[in-house]
Ligand binder design. Structure first.
Ligand code: ZN
Ligand code: ZN
Length: 371
């Protein structure tokens, strides 16, 4: 392992600024974008590793005392890679963040397929207990004849002669930093790096065909209208064996006849009679989880809320369920028989309450019939 200071062609007392200048000068000389020689890349890695260590005061101090870090312990150096020379110099000039690499250099590969979207309708109960639904989409799938290569049976895919399989073409230009190379996607092969002499009959060289696919999808309890599930890799496959996009499933939940969801709680406005409210009652209440006892104490007022813990909607992430809130609403009877009316008049009388006089005669009876 060469001495880091020697590699950067500076003295062991070089300042941070001198190190930076030296590295920039050497990067312009050895970066693979400007120097295609294979030794240049190795050299560039070495100077990058040296600069990575020496530009960090702590690591530089350690290096000065103990020498270079164990390569295994330090892990692979991604420094300086993953971007073009322009990016690298920009980073050095801005005074760098390490570890911001954008993946290894290499051929871009076939493009990723499109994301798909679909809507799934759920019953209200499904959001409380979860369910599994079959989701059917028309999507691009790998062509079964050519297995995605796009080449006709018996023929092969060849390397693009324009870009040599790189998928990118390089152009040299002059800039204030010296000779610079820009890379652009190859137009001839569509950046795939590959050429197909005789395309597959079935897919025309695209490597995929359109088909209907059905996926069983787990709908977790707690979802709601507007929830979107993402199914990674269930979208359209990319052309010529490219990776698949994702499938987004938007959920639409049907309304319940009387339950209203509020967050994780369920709300129900339950009508009860004024005698039940006044005298108290035990009501068999049909919750989504089955029958429960709703005990209405004597003297309950309209608007009183009874809470059943953990009979609401489960939380999508985490444990526990919301509550079921039953708000009682006292209903006034409108269909009194003559006997019932008599009893109520007697009741009002006993309480000294002023009530309307009874309607007498044919017209009143008629009104009560057509009501
Ligand atoms: Zn095909
Ligand atoms: Zn090409």
């Amino acid at each position: 392992m060469s001495d880091y200071y020697e590699l950067l062609e500076v003295s062991s007392t070089a300042s941070a600024d001198e190190l930076k200048k030296a590295y920039r000068r050497l990067a312009r000389q050895y970066h693979p974008d400007v120097n295609p020689a294979p030794e240049a890349e190795a050299k560039f890695k070495e100077i990058s590793r040296a600069y990575e260590t020496l530009s960090d005061p702590e690591r530089r101090a350690r290096y000065d005392r103990f020498g270079p870090e164990d390569a295994g312990a330090a892990g692979p150096s991604n420094f300086g890679f993953g971007g073009g020379l322009d990016d690298l110099l920009g980073m050095v000039m801005d005074g760098f963040g390490f570890g911001g690499g954008r993946g290894p250099r290499g051929r871009p590969g076939p493009p990723r397929g499109a994301d798909l979207e679909t809507v799934v309708d759920l019953a209200f109960e499904d959001t409380v207990f979860g369910t599994e639904k079959d989701v059917t989409v028309r999507t691009a799938v790998t062509c079964p004849d050519c297995s995605g290569s796009g080449a006709a049976e018996g023929t092969t895919v060849t390397t693009c002669s324009d870009c040599g399989g790189a998928g990118q073409v390089r152009r040299v230009r002059q800039s204030f930093l010296g000779q610079m190379v820009t890379t652009n996607p190859c137009g001839r092969c569509g950046a795939s790096g590959e050429m197909i002499a005789s395309p597959c009959n079935r897919c025309g060289g695209d490597g995929r065909v359109t088909e209907e696919r059905t996926y069983p999808v787990e709908m977790p309890a707690g979802v709601d209208s507007g929830t979107t599930l993402r199914l990674t890799g269930r979208g359209a496959v990319g052309p010529r064996g490219g990776p698949a996009g994702d499938l987004y499933v938007h959920l639409r939940v049907a309304a319940h006849p009387y339950l209203v969801r509020q967050g994780d709680d369920l709300h129900h406005r339950l009508p009860i009679s004024f005698t039940q409210a006044a005298l108290g009652a035990t009501i068999a209440y049909e919750s989504l989880d089955g029958e429960v006892e709703l005990v209405v104490p004597a003297g309950t007022q309209t608007g009183t809320v009874f809470r059943f813990r953990e009979l609401g909607v489960p939380q999508v992430r985490g444990r526990g369920r919301g509550d079921l809130l039953v708000e009682v609403a006292i209903e006034t009877p409108t269909d009194l028989t003559e006997e019932q009316e008599e009893l109520l008049r007697r009741f009002a009388d006993l309480r000294g309450e002023q009530v309307a006089e009874p309607e007498k005669g044919f017209l009143a009876r008629l009104r009560s019939v057509i009501r």
